[in-house]
Design a protein around this ligand. Structure first.
Ligand SMILES: C[S@@+](CC[C@H](N)C(=O)[O-])C[C@H]1O[C@@H](n2cnc3c(N)ncnc32)[C@H](O)[C@@H]1O
Length: 215
């Protein structure tokens, strides 16, 4: 098992019991996301945690494929799906780096509170684009630790060494948006509930690049 899987496995039960910190902001993100969803859509969520968000979006789409690196997170997610009798979400234990989905197979890809936890967050953005159908949307809510968390940057390697912190990537909001644009996305919606909070972005697979892909 990878260090990341071990870290998240260890805190999975606590994570599941922890109430959402800002219900208002969470509900607004659900609402914005659902305004882009349609009943015939295939959705992928990577880093789905204990599955709450995937299960809330499930009634609005055809199918959600949700995955997470932590077996315990997935165990809890499956229990929740059974309890809620939701049958159109498939949970699987998989790292996003190992995900091998066919090109253009999803209408929407969700990566919520996860990009800043990945070493190769830029590669993951490109992968999301590749898996999206033309005009599909990538929805992300991301802490941009490079904007303000200078102290955390100093202590992150020590915290990781002692298993107290997960992998953290320090990018700014500008770097995130620039990476989305250069990977071939147009930013359709951007919202931040407050200063130093995660930025919520809906990015649409840009028409120009997908036309270029085909030429
Ligand atoms: C902060 S939690 C967010 C969970 C959920 N998306 C949410 O918004 O509540 C980060 C999740 O990403 C998962 N994760 C971390 N690294 C991952 C990777 N490389 N591939 C897939 N999942 C990963 C962790 O196991 C954890 O469940």
């Amino acid at each position: 098992m990878s260090d990341a899987a071990r870290f998240w496995d260890r805190i999975a039960e606590r994570y599941a019991k922890r109430p959402v910190a800002d219900q208002g902001a969470y509900q607004e993100k659900l609402r914005i996301t659902q305004s882009y969803l349609r009943p015939d859509m295939a959705v992928l969520e990577f880093g789905c945690g204990t599955g709450s968000t995937a299960l809330l979006h499930a009634p609005f789409v055809k199918h959600v494929r949700a995955m997470d690196i932590s077996p315990r997170m997935i165990e809890i997610a499956k229990r929740k799906a059974d309890a809620a009798k939701i049958a159109n979400v498939t949970f699987e234990c998989k790292a996003v780096e190992e995900l091998d989905a066919p090109a253009e197979s999803f209408d929407a890809v969700l990566g919520l509170s996860i990009l800043h936890l990945l070493d190769d967050w830029r590669g993951t953005i490109s992968k999301a684009r590749q898996m999206l159908k033309p005009g599909g949307v990538f929805v992300t809510s991301t802490m941009c630790l490079g904007d303000s968390m200078k102290f955390l940057r100093l202590i992150a390697p020590i915290g990781k060494l002692f298993g107290l912190l997960p992998t953290l990537s320090f990018f700014t909001t500008s770097e995130l948006k620039e990476s989305l644009r250069s990977a071939g996305f147009d930013i359709a919606h951007e919202w931040r509930p407050g200063k130093n909070r995660a930025v919520f972005i809906v990015a649409r697979k840009s028409s120009q690049l997908w036309q270029a892909d085909r030429s």
